[in-house]
Design a protein around this ligand. Sequence first.
Ligand code: NDP
Length: 241
Amino acid sequence: MQRIALVTGGTRGIGAAIARRLADSGYQVAAVYHGNEAAATAFQSETGIRIYRWDVADYEACAAGVAAVTRDLGGTVDILVNNAGITRDTMLHKMSPQQWNEVIASDLGSCFNMCRAVIGPMREKGFGRIVGISSVNGQRGQLGQTNYAAAKAGMLGFTKALALESAAKGITVNAVAPGYIATDMVAAVPDEVLKKIVAQIPVGRLGQPEEVARLVRFLVGDEAGYITGATFSANGGQYMA
Ligand code: NDP
């Protein structure tokens, strides 16, 4: 039977590369997006991958969305990739409560919301794969990103705790911490800042979304059952945790 994979933020950037890679590997894939309808419909017509629109920061929306995916794809979610994320960068002394709350809700609260919606059936089935896309900046911190670094570091603790809770049930929970990857999120970084960032990457370039997707593909496979509670860096040697 084809396994069912759900990728949040699966219509653009890293998530889109993950969704494509999993579909190419024979999984039934559902890709979740939030507001960029044009990008999502272009992705769907190009790939044939099913798309769903909901806000991963909203607990009820996640429960309803997962129920819709389960109904449409004819089975419960076997693989969850918590990839959706946003930035609202600014120094703490200028950060508004809204900038703080939005990032914590979208990048960390979403992990609770989505895992809560899929974990029951995974436990009953005795199989599951959960991968969270964290960040190098959650591992080491970054100027202007107290909100984002806190959320992404929070994902790492969440991953370890849920891995412990789930290990005896055939469910693995891991995190991937990418460095700077060429997506819209990084395109938003001012040119002069980006040049300085690239100069500090030992491999001398940004990463490609597909370079993260291949790692995720390995982690969600049946063959990766002994790997859980781990964080994998994909950052061009930028930070060695
Ligand atoms: P993009 O901004 O290119 O794409 C983000 C995706 O997430 C979009 O599909 C977007 O939907 C979706 N999304 C955002 N918020 C929500 C929400 N509340 N509910 C549902 N979907 C949502 O991001 P990247 O591909 O660059 O990043 C993907 C992940 O990787 C993020 O978690 C990011 O923090 C992390 N990361 C990225 C790095 C990079 O250098 N790019 C480095 C390290 C980590 P829509 O299209 O509708 O807006």
